[in-house]
Design a protein around this ligand. Structure first.
Ligand code: PGA
Length: 245
């Protein structure tokens, strides 16, 4: 069976109720591309309303706490996200690792909490610019994978070189292909795990990135805020058939 592509939008700290009309157009496109999974992760304030408008589009959160409930002011749990009707949650995004000092061990606990709640965790990893320049991109990402991913169950990895996020810079196709093959080889059930690329994916580069063998979709920030751009990226995704799983 082919790994289903996942085209995942991450709105980050953007989006008000008035912006949810976006979902109507993407939901139409999702019906015509039933071969793909398409998701949007709006801010938590919009989760419940987004679920009602999403149709075949999956709705995700952008983070969850490691615990199910308790005295953790300002946080939301995976159970709450599931209760809002969402399907997935992004964990370990580099902006959270940076802004909130999240460690790989915490990211793994969040991914496990998501699995326990019945959500699909999308686990972000990626090297800094200096890591790549100094030749240690693979060892950094390998270490992140080893310590951020649950031992079993389904999850998605998003490889996002930190220097490519929101900068307009993307890794070269060789570097993306090489890193995705490296990640797949380092996973115990590598053939079944979806590996997304993220970092300045735009309509003008999506087709060539998504055509790479080990790229199973994309995690998209800036371009997921504009319906025409996000739709163009969905349209650029190849139709996958007959790949062994
Ligand atoms: P970008 O963000 O597409 O704006 O680079 C990607 C991400 O942070 O997931």
């Amino acid at each position: 069976m082919a790994r289903r592509m996942l085209i995942a939008g991450n709105w980050k700290m953007n989006g008000l109720r008035q912006d949810l009309g976006f979902l109507d157009e993407i939901a139409d496109l999702a019906y015509s591309r039933a071969d793909l999974d398409i998701s949007i992760s709006p801010p938590a304030t919009l989760l419940n309303q987004a679920v009602k408008m999403a149709g075949a589009v999956k709705i995700g959160a952008q983070d969850c706490h490691i615990r199910r409930s308790g005295a953790h002011t300002g946080d939301i749990s995976a159970d709450m996200i599931k209760d809002a009707g969402a399907d997935l949650v992004i964990v370990g995004h580099s902006e959270r690792r940076d802004d909130h000092g999240e460690t790989c061990e915490q990211v793994r606990a969040k991914a496990e909490a998501a699995q326990a709640a019945g959500l699909l965790p999308v686990i972000c990893v990626g090297e800094l610019e200096a890591d790549r320049r100094e030749g240690r991109a693979e060892s950094v990402v390998g270490q992140q994978i080893a310590t951020s991913c649950p031992a079993s169950g389904d999850y998605v990895i998003a490889y996002e070189p930190v220097w490519a996020i929101g900068t307009g810079l993307t890794a070269s196709l060789d570097d993306i292909g090489g890193m995705h093959a490296f990640i797949r080889a380092s996973l115990r059930k590598g053939e079944t795990i979806r590996i997304l690329y993220g970092g300045s994916v735009k309509p003008n580069n999506a087709e060539e990135i998504l055509a790479l063998d080990d790229v199973d979709g994309a995690l998209i920030g800036g371009a997921s805020l504009k319906v025409a751009d996000f739709a163009a990226i969905i349209t650029a995704a190849p139709i996958r058939i007959a790949r062994s799983r």
